[in-house]
Design a protein around this ligand. Structure first.
Ligand SMILES: [Zn+2]
Length: 283
């Protein structure tokens, strides 16, 4: 079961097994009733923080709506070590992808709509012509609603031949959606373990893509300066158990005159975490 195996029901089975990151210049192609009640109550509340935004699709020219989070309404409570932002009460990351429900064109909001005529043609041929449509969601997105849209965004980034920085960042955001879903589950469940595998697939693609991007794309990459991206890559490398790569990236951040104290402190914390991970791996 690959990361994209569930794309078949959308008519995109031919893209199952797509290679996400472009390598060597090729354009490559995986409860209880109380809990349910609490989840429903949470969803109802989440609806108050989102709204339907109107778009005109640059690929099929049809009008559609996509859900957005109301600005300034939710509070940041912290970050994971790879800088995944965590908010009080809801996960706004679910709404970071815009999807045309008619032709399937999807992208992170940051990259939405910036398409050449060649890219529009490719998206029509490889996604739009096969896409079976996506039903509108009433109210808040579940993690599954968000995940299908993020996976579409990854596939569209491949089909349109996006730079590796965009592909990698879209994979990273997909990993964060998978993590959000995973963290609400029992660690011993089969679903948790399957999601962990999917998350690691996305993290691997994100890391590989960023490695190529920092060697041939100008900064900012995905809105990040060099030190912020290297810090994130160091944590992705740690998660992939590429400890030497992680240490090298952290050394670059720690010796950079441009890196601020907060990032350097986070890099020192990450260095300690790597030592603990290595010790755990050996035990
Ligand atoms: Zn469209």
């Amino acid at each position: 079961m690959g990361l994209f195996s569930d794309m078949e029901k959308l008519g995109l089975g031919h893209l199952n097994g797509a290679e996400v990151i472009e390598k060597n210049g090729t354009n490559g192609f995986g409860a209880s009733s109380n809990v349910e009640l609490a989840a429903r109550q949470l969803e109802r509340k989440e609806e108050d923080y989102i709204f339907d935004k109107k778009y005109t699709c640059p690929v099929c020219d049809l009008g559609f709506t996509s859900k957005c989070v109301k600005a300034g309404k939710i509070k940041l409570s912290g970050h994971d070590t790879d800088l995944r932002p965590v908010y009080d009460f809801m996960d706004p990351l679910k709404y970071d992808v815009v999807t045309c429900s008619y032709c399937g064109y999807s992208s992170l909001v940051r990259y939405y709509g910036r398409l050449s005529s060649r890219q529009i043609k490719e998206l029509k041929i490889k996604i739009g012509n096969n896409f079976k449509g996506l039903a509108d969601v009433d109210g808040a997105y579940s993690y599954d609603d968000a995940l299908i849209r993020h996976k579409l965004a990854v596939l569209c980034s491949v089909v349109k031949g996006a730079k590796n920085g965009e592909r990698a960042y879209t994979c990273l955001k997909t990993a964060w959606i998978i993590r959000g879903k995973r963290l609400a589950l029992d660690e011993e469940s089969a679903e948790y373990k399957a999601l962990m595998n999917d998350e690691m697939d996305c993290i691997k693609n994100a890391y590989d893509g960023f490695v190529i991007a920092i060697s041939n794309e100008p900064f900012p990459i995905a809105g990040m300066d060099e030190n912020t991206l290297k810090y994130i890559m160091a944590d992705l490398a740690r998660r992939l158990k590429k400890y030497e790569d992680s240490a090298r990236l952290l050394a670059s951040v720690l010796t950079s005159k441009a890196a601020n104290h907060r990032l350097k402190d986070a890099a020192l914390d990450l260095k300690e975490l790597i030592k603990r991970d290595i010790a755990t791996d050996r035990s």
